[in-house]
Ligand binder design. Sequence first.
Ligand code: HEC
Length: 160
Amino acid sequence: MSTSKYLLSAITAATITLSASLAPIQTATASAFADADDAVKYRQQGFQLIRENFAYMAAMVRGEVPFDGAMFEARAQSLHHLSHVPWDGFRYAGENHRGSGDAKTELWDNWDDFTARVAQLQEDTKNLAEASASHSIGDVRSAFMTTARNCQQCHERYRD
Ligand code: HEC
């Protein structure tokens, strides 16, 4: 088999494997979640991963565990990636599921404000990840505090 033919069949095989593995997900539901409970579980699990990463960085900033610049940077990058995760669990929970989980109904009444806060968290965690690249605690403190304010203020408004 020539190299290009070999590559082509490898790509075809990979595509078939991929579509086979995606098929059950695509047919399960039009909105990615089986029901509201499924959406709540999804977003809460996302927040738990956010909390794990965030708490570890908080302990370093407070001096409760020794500052490790490389570890801090890895956590900050994970946090930034995770800052994109929970929100579909609110969007696709839909109108009929207002107030599901520990989310207040006000969240769906103020959707634009909520999504602006999401965008702010994504921006602030990006800045934190960038600031952490120097592996110096002096460079991360203020970006970390700015990120922390997002959590607190959104919870005060929209979490029971
Ligand atoms: C834009 C709003 C918003 C921001 C920003 C936000 N959260 Fe939340 N968070 C929520 C809401 C709403 C809930 C309730 C979710 C539910 O129970 O359905 C929640 C729930 C949680 C939970 C509980 C999950 C569970 O298992 O019940 C944790 C932990 C959490 N958030 C951590 C954080 C941390 C840490 C940050 C900041 C790095 C953060 N959140 C930023 C809105 C936000």
